[in-house]
Design a protein around this ligand. Structure first.
Ligand code: CA
Length: 230
């Protein structure tokens, strides 16, 4: 049972051999890979998929990797997505750094695939802790993503799979207000048609389960917006 949707990585690389090697390794890590072969395609794909991380080649036909990165970091909806830039030469890398594109990390070709994977895992542990099998705490609630268990005030809480995914999504970003649509995308998946009222039903079940042994309701209903933790 997966704690959440596996992290989605948009891989922007125009050279097919590079793309294949990286796709293979990323999928072996358990990530979902969405490829893009140009800067223009990348900008469309990123808007549609809202990925968890973007692996971006600097040299691309048309819109360059730097420009793609600048646009990602300029839009509020995509600003928070970590971007790892790949460049062919260290001089290019210096330029990338000098341009302050807002990339979160940089890798120079030829790079060690093992090192690149380690860097991606480190970034994702910060931004998608539940999906990476980390333990999350919120107040007296402990969620162990690797063990797939939840405790409140030290007592085990029994949750259905959907309620578990809902809680892990909320616990990854306490205070963030999630719309019903964004919860549907994250918890049920983008390709499944589910009525937004289904979210309310499962939030109700989650609340009931969390309060069964006492304690306050940790889930806040934000009128007209959605739900948040705390
Ligand atoms: Ca390239």
């Amino acid at each position: 049972m997966l704690a959440q949707r596996q992290p989605v990585i948009v891989l922007v690389e125009d050279e097919s051999a590079q793309r294949e090697v990286l796709s293979y390794n990323l999928e072996a890590e358990g990530f979902t890979v969405v490829p893009a072969t140009s800067g223009d395609e990348a900008l469309i794909v990123i808007r549609e998929e809202t990925p968890d991380l973007i692996l971006l080649d600097w040299m691309l036909p048309g819109v360059s990797g730097i420009e793609v990165c600048r646009q990602i970091k300029a839009r509020p909806e995509t600003r928070g997505i970590p971007v790892v830039m790949i460049s062919a030469r260290s001089e290019e890398l210096d330029r990338v750094r000098g341009l302050e594109t807002g990339a979160d990390d940089y890798v120079v070709k030829p790079y060690s695939v093992a090192e690149l994977m380690a860097r991606l895992r480190a970034l994702l542990r910060r931004t998608r802790p539940a999906a990476m099998g980390e333990q999350l705490m919120f107040g007296d609630i402990l969620l162990d993503a690797a063990e797939h268990r939840v405790y409140r005030a030290g007592k085990p809480i029994s949750l259905g799979p959907t309620e578990f995914r809902l809680l892990s999504t909320l616990m990854e970003k306490p205070g963030r207000v999630w719309s019903r649509e964004s919860l549907l995308d994250r918890v049920w998946g983008r390709d499944i048609y589910v009525d937004t009222r289904t979210v309310d039903v499962h939030i109700g079940r989650l609340r009931k389960a969390l309060m069964r042994e006492g304690g306050d309701d940790p889930v806040r209903t934000v009128r007209g917006a959605g739900y948040a933790l705390g």
